[in-house]
Write a protein that binds this ligand. Structure first.
Ligand code: FES
Length: 109
């Protein structure tokens, strides 16, 4: 395990979610009712940065073509909205363990 410090826990609690750079990765972190989540922030379709959190469904929608990812597992639940004849392959994203360590959000990469 390699825990990396990102942003303050208070900042994430207030913002609900953020995309943070950790080494060579961009990771989407979220605080939903006190539970912390983390997964790759770069969409598996065309590499847009994710950013539309649904706290009720625990999903994240890509703003570019609206692929939807499961915040807990990283699975792609809905494919990108593109041309009707485009391939509908569902490529998931890697998830990460996230913790609050003394007021700092840390990600295990
Ligand atoms: S880049 Fe995310 S759905 Fe296309």
């Amino acid at each position: 395990m390699v825990w990396k410090r990102t942003i303050s826990a208070k900042a994430l609690e207030k913002a609900k979610f953020a995309s943070v750079k950790v080494d060579d990765k961009v990771i989407f972190i979220a605080n939903v009712n006190g539970t912390l989540y983390g997964m790759d922030a770069v969409c598996s379709h065309a590499r847009c940065i994710l950013g539309l959190l649904d706290e009720q469904k625990l999903t994240v929608k890509c703003p570019c073509h609206h692929a939807v990812f499961d915040l807990k597992t990283g699975a792609m639940l809905e494919p990108p909205y593109v041309a009707p004849d485009a391939p509908k392959e569902k490529l998931g994203l890697k998830t990460y363990q996230v913790r609050d360590n003394g007021g700092w959000v840390e990600v295990d990469i």
